[in-house]
Design a protein around this ligand. Structure first.
Ligand code: R5P
Length: 265
């Protein structure tokens, strides 16, 4: 268990930059993820961990890849149905066979199938304990729920109390530090919908300054016009302590250099 956690969170910093590409498990070929083999594989070596489904791992990610995998382990409903109606979507023995570093399960606090989703998590925690595989509880925010500190404190604390080894949740502009400080296990910040680069970098910076142990970002990286540079900028913030302006400069200067190259060629 500790060894797997140390593969996800760098022991030198206690932080992680996870690349989330699991969106297809309920919404199909998400923008930016149509060709994981072409657009995502080059980013994978940069990430501290890759969050994906077992289908993508088996069909696209080469077995030689050294980046640890946090595997999506719940699913069922598509975007056409009630999303909270998930079940466990992997056999723990297959997760062990695939040598995953952690499992991820969605928890819908306040959702229609709240208890079922919490039970999915507690069952996975029990199964994970047998194999030394940690579980990341992912706080899902339903359409009717407010993404504020009061809600996120409730959802994160329930995940931790019921056994998740770490929790993924969204950032909120006010009192996010109360979300991290009231959760006894590490929290990683989910990115959410695509934002302008400086806004996304500022959000990631604030999250770690306010106590998050890193980020698990998807769309703000793979929907960027230069995903590898955005990834490096996020790593500079989270792992190297860069300020958002410095990270944005990394992004801007690389974009400028690349557009210069393409103009000349
Ligand atoms: C959430 O349900 C998805 O599984 C993603 O892993 C998560 O939302 C993080 O991706 P993004 O940064 O695009 O929100």
């Amino acid at each position: 268990m500790s060894n797997r956690l140390a593969r996800v969170f760098r022991p030198q910093t206690g932080r992680t930059v996870m690349l989330a590409i699991d969106h297809g498990y309920f919404q199909g070929p998400t923008t930016g993820l149509e060709r994981v083999d072409v657009s995502i594989l080059p980013l994978v070596p940069l990430a501290d961990a890759l969050m994906c489904t077992r289908g993508i791992l088996r069909s696209v990610v080469p077995p030689s890849t050294r980046t640890p995998v946090v595997m999506r382990a719940s699913g069922g409903p598509s975007i056409l149905k009630e999303l909270s109606d998930e079940q466990i979507a992997i056999d723990i023995e297959d997760a062990a066979r695939l040598n995953v570093a952690a499992l991820a399960v969605q928890v819908f606090i306040g959702g229609e199938h709240e208890t079922q989703s919490v039970h999915n998590m507690t069952r996975l925690v029990d199964l994970g304990l047998r194999f030394g595989i940690p579980v990341m509880g992912v706080t899902a925010v339903g359409k009717q729920l407010t993404r504020d500190a009061k809600y996120l404190r409730l959802a994160c604390r329930i995940c931790a109390e019921l056994g998740a080894q770490f929790v993924k949740t969204y950032y909120c502009d006010e009192d996010f530090e109360t979300v991290t400080s009231s959760c006894p296990v590490p929290i990683v910040m989910a990115g959410g919908k695509k934002l302008p680069e400086l806004d996304a970098l500022t959000m990631a910076h604030r999250a770690v300054v306010e106590g998050a142990a890193g980020v698990d970002m998807g769309r703000n990286i793979f929907q960027s016009d230069i995903p590898d540079v955005m990834m490096r900028a996020v790593i500079a913030l989270v792992q190297d302590g860069a300020r958002p302006e410095d990270a944005l400069e990394i992004y801007r200067s690389s974009r400028g250099a690349r557009s210069g190259q393409s103009t000349r060629s």
